[in-house]
Design a protein. Structure first.
Lengths: 357, 357
């Protein structure tokens, strides 16, 4: 079975027709408190099935993707008489789709579930791969299973109320997929103004569809992450170092998506230096990032700390060899590139230039 | 992937060669306190891998197949640095193989596990089907997943220290499989003296292999329990009624396996009345049960309560139609037989006769 992906800005109709087809014995909607107040009333007005479903609410935030909340979900399902033939609709961000998917996959050894991501990042992430789970003992996603939803219903109408920072975080993943795909897809993304208050929802839905298709293709080609799937780490070697640096040295955490957006600038510079990645595309991307994400401010004095953090990455063959995914062009992927510290240092200099630091 | 079944009375050698083949990063042994003291020292002497493994001990008994103990197992795995490439060897009864299988299937979205059942019942049950899980909110196996072990290592040498009652409970399942198979397999079972203190372990291992093969065939034919798999309910319609009756009316619970052994006597009587099941085989079976399990004492006054309990069974189409699996001969299975109350009453009379009540 592969989960069905439905891109629509009429999510109510999609849900009602899915429920009619699946004919479950009882429908549950899992959501968090924020989504329950901001999205559920709106979704209930569009879907008769959501309107009459039993709502299970959890506290919001990744910190609540834990065993206590999972236990509370299992208890509610048990008390409300859910069976293996019931259905859970998970409405929320990645925290809800991860935890709700796991709750469903393990209740009575597996009931069916549908995901309705309400953030851009969850729409990109939760659509492919079937990863479910919770955090445990301070470790992210330590407990979970692989389990696919019956369907994922993706709508951009949920994104209108998202804070811009969350939209941009998700959009960084889409930019990454564009870079892995081809020039056309990538220019379309650079031509879309995600920061505008009145972005075009139908257009974003179309871009999202293309983006998810890229991820789907990569994951299908390499389900066990032995090769090409590592291309999805583009921007992440620098990005993770920036994230840790911001958190530990500056005590001012940055969103993961922002770190990846900046990380991709540095990695495209390296791609340009080592693999002849086209300069004009590098410059166009750097401008987009500067205009939308701003710059992550660094000086030469920060380089040793950043290099040390990159060296710690578990993907490296040894501490002084740092592993990157680079590009010879948009869509021309080179995995497992070992880059020396002098080249990285030079790339960080050029990044500061491009960002106007 | 299908789990590998290894029938051997050299379990230490089997485990060491499995571990060598799987080449895990770290080996854990999950067991309960009783097994830890009675079996692990003995198994460690036979297996270098068990001797050097990290032992995780839980309290014994089905009452501890719960979320608290599962959480403790996850914590130990996390603290000891288990990864997705580590291996858990579950050594114990069904409680350990169920809970350990679930812990493994969910830790970091799935690590590998091997089951080493130390009770006869667990050997028959845990070998086929991949059911894992824990009890929750007072419901048996409410939370779990289907996940197969890399291998199940089955040895009768563990059974020497089992209380006779536990051996007999497991043997009832084997008798059931024999009845579903053919006359030869079934007579071999009636010819084996499981109650003897010095039973022949090699012979029991051979009978166990046949028994597991029957279950495997039935489950493979009907993985979703739509048809023939319900044959595995033989003896259970009466058996469940007897179990509930003993627990609730008599306040003296009987082991599940005993209830099934008695239930099969009644259901073979009905098979004889309605489907011409051979009388001589019915009598031979009834004698085996009387000699080994004794009789469950009932009078006519108990019939209404028993019939009421049977009527509650969720497998029935309606409260006054009671559903049974019957046999026209050993191996000639008739599922979904509706039997009226007069016939059941007559069969209970004959049961009392056969049991010498």
């Amino acid at each position: 079975m592969k989960q069905q992906l439905i891109f629509t800005n009429k999510p109510g109709e999609a849900l009602d027709s899915l429920v009619a087809k699946l004919a479950p014995k009882g429908v549950f909607v899992l959501t968090d408190r924020n989504v329950a107040s901001q999205v559920i009333p709106f979704l209930s007005a569009m879907s008769a099935e959501v309107a009459k479903a039993i709502i299970i609410e959890t506290p919001a935030g990744d910190v609540n993707k834990n065993l206590d909340c999972l236990e509370a979900i299992w208890s509610r399902l048990n008390e409300e008489g859910a069976t293996r033939k019931s259905l859970i609709i998970n409405v929320g961000g990645g925290m809800i789709t991860d935890m709700g998917g796991f709750a469903a996959a393990t209740f009575k050894r597996g009931m069916r579930f549908i995901n309705v991501p309400t953030t851009l990042l969850a729409a990109v992430d939760a659509s492919v791969g079937g990863k479910t789970g919770i955090n445990f003992n301070g470790c992210k996603n330590e407990i979970g299973v692989f389990a696919e939803a019956e369907a994922v219903v993706i709508s951009t109408i949920f994104f209108n109320t998202l804070p811009l920072q969350e939209l941009l975080s998700g959009y960084a993943e889409m930019l990454k997929h564009g870079l892995l795909e081809n020039r056309e897809t990538f220019s379309a993304l650079l031509g879309f103004n995600i920061s505008s208050e009145n972005f075009n929802g139908e257009r974003l839905l179309e871009l999202l569809r293309q983006s998810v298709a890229v991820k789907e293709r990569v994951v299908t080609e390499d389900p066990y992450e032995h090769g090409i799937r590592r291309a999805l780490n583009l921007g992440h070697t620098i990005g993770h170092a920036v994230e840790s640096f911001a958190m530990n040295e500056r005590k001012a955490p940055v969103p993961h998506g922002y770190a990846v957006a900046w990380g991709m600038v540095v990695e495209l510079v390296m791609s340009n230096m080592l693999e002849h990645f086209p300069s004009e595309i590098l410059h166009a991307y750097a401008s987009y990032v500067r205009d939308n994400y701003g710059a992550f401010y660094i000086t030469c004095d920060d380089y040793p700390a950043l290099l040390r953090l990159m060296a710690h990455d578990k993907k490296n063959p040894s501490p002084d060899k740092i592993n990157f995914t680079l590009l010879a062009d948009v869509g021309a992927i080179k995995i497992d590139c070992i880059v020396d510290k002098d080249t990285i240092t030079a790339a960080l200099d050029i990044y500061r230039d491009l960002m106007g630091i």
